[in-house]
Design a protein around this ligand. Structure first.
Ligand code: SIN
Length: 486
């Protein structure tokens, strides 16, 4: 708490360029998951506040979308610079409200800022088309235009970067934004809103509506006719609900939903590199990412060696409050998350898995869970069919390439997958056969502003980042320019 810069601890909603309390006057507390202390009390917005934010955003749209791409890009770059100039403060705030180690929080602030740079550059490359016409009297032209007001519903596991990954392409395209941050982590979003205001974002262009009543605000964002697009990162269950709610007003939707990432280690892989990749993928953010390795498949010939090395590495990971030096794994975000992880480990044990290391709450108490490795897991166990969202690595043995493809694809999810092999042919075959939106080959962490992030099957729709990310915020308009021969 003492390390937080008070200038960046904003507690009011940011609507139409003004810091305002909730119209009900309600507030809610934000807690530090490492010690349970309240960090701040934040405006608890409701339906009326959300409607005001949508209307402000709609009023701001004509002027913002009429600005040149260069002008919008310059403001986004100012915003990026303001964020990077305060990266330490923003990281400390992020760690305080979410729990991840400071080094990961700092990485996240830079990761988020990279989306601002990427999309500031992309703003200038929104090209349409001129298509050869079937009619000599007319020309066929395609315009790309901003959709309008976009709702960004963002998760607690990356409270800065996931907001930037949505806001940056939306604003670059000329859209305006109403953001609803997760209840556990509103402070990072409010802090970047303050920096955006100072960087020159005009009033109403970017609004933040914190709330502990997500259903009330979510109802407005999914049903208000002025909201043209909804972008959500979170669970598949909530994504399905938002899609259903958005159907009546037929909103364009981007959904970045749950994952059940297979991490596949073949006999021919560099085992040490695979162990490091598994540690990076599995234990990043304490296992609380949608792309974390969720099922680690290891070919029989290297299973014991891999399990032994991974256990030793996991047991050496330093668990503690994110702002302590040398910490690798922070607390889980809240009590519900802790209980879910505990329940999955206990179900795995009951179904026949062995706890090779960890498997219990960490000695630190509170919301800390020990880095865990489970051996003897089968793909049909509860843990292998659930998104774990905690520092638990289930190891599953396999024999053949065909068998592991079947196992890996046997899930409703299709976000990220990882393969470790030295065979180029196998890497290519696997890359094609895996039903996932992203595949890492000999890499455990593959996210980047330059790459298209997103899933297939029930992991969602749309892509964030890369040249494809801006398309989700654009409409295509066909313009038939006729009467040319008159
Ligand atoms: C997520 O967990 O939703 C995002 C992870 C990432 O961007 O790497």
């Amino acid at each position: 708490m003492s390390r937080l810069n008070p200038e960046l601890v904003k507690t009011a909603a940011f609507i139409d360029g003004a810091w305002t309390p909730a119209e009900s006057g309600d507030e809610f507390a934000v807690f530090n998951p490492a010690n349970g202390e309240a960090i701040a009390r934040v405006a608890d917005c409701g339906e009326g506040d959300a409607v005001r934010a949508v209307e402000a955003s709609a009023n701001a749209f004509p002027l913002w979308s009429a600005r040149t791409a260069d002008e919008r890009a310059a403001i986004l770059m100012n915003w990026r610079e303001a964020i990077l100039a305060r990266e330490e403060d923003l990281a400390a705030l992020l760690t305080a409200e979410m729990g991840k180690p400071l080094k990961e929080a700092l990485y996240e602030i830079r990761y988020g800022a990279a989306y601002l740079q990427w999309f500031a550059e992309e703003a200038k490359r929104i090209y349409g088309d001129v298509i050869p016409s079937a009619n000599t009297n007319a020309r066929t032209i395609v315009l790309k235009q901003p959709i309008g007001v976009c709702a960004a519903i963002t998760p607690w596991n990356f409270p800065n970067a996931m907001l930037m990954r949505k806001a940056a392409p939306a604003l670059a395209a000329g859209c305006t934004v109403v953001a609803k941050p997760a209840e556990d982590t509103p402070l990072s979003a409010l802090a970047v809103a303050a920096l955006g205001e100072a960087a020159g974002l005009p009033r109403g262009v970017f609004n933040v509506v914190p709330t502990q009543k997500p259903a009330a605000v979510g109802d407005v964002l999914t049903s208000h006719p002025l909201v043209r697009k909804i972008s959500f990162t979170g669970s598949t269950e909530t994504g399905r609900m938002l899609l259903r709610q958005s159907a009546d007003t037929v909103k364009k939707s981007s959904m970045e939903l749950g994952g059940n990432a297979p991490f596949i280690v073949f006999d021919d892989a560099d085992i040490d590199a695979a162990v490091e990749g598994a540690v990076a993928s599995k234990y990043r953010n304490g296992g609380q990412t949608c792309v974390c390795a969720n099922r680690i498949f290891v070919q029989r010939g290297v299973y014991d060696a891999f399990a032994d090395k991974l256990c030793r590495r996991a047991a050496r990971l330093n668990v503690g409050a994110g702002d302590e030096d040398g910490v690798d794994i922070g607390p889980l975000v809240n009590q519900r998350a802790l209980e879910k992880v505990e329940m999955l480990v206990s179900a795995a044990r009951d179904e026949g898995a062995r706890i090779a290391t960890g498997g219990v709450r960490h000695d630190n108490g509170g919301l800390f869970f020990a880095p865990t490795v489970l051996t003897g897991v089968r793909n049909d166990m509860t843990i292998a069919q659930s998104e774990i969202f905690g520092p638990v690595a289930p190891l599953i043995v396999f024999d053949t390439e065909l068998e592991v493809i079947q196992y890996a694809n046997d899930t409703i999810y299709g976000l990220a997958a990882y393969i470790y092999t030295h065979s180029l042919g196998r890497a290519w075959r696997m890359g094609e056969a895996l039903e996932f939106g992203m595949v890492g080959v000999n890499e455990g962490v593959i996210s980047s502003a330059a790459a298209p992030f997103g899933g297939v099957k029930q992991s969602g729709m749309g892509r964030e980042g890369s040249k494809y990310g801006i398309e989700d915020y654009l409409e295509i308009k066909y313009l038939c320019l006729g009467g040319l021969e008159q």
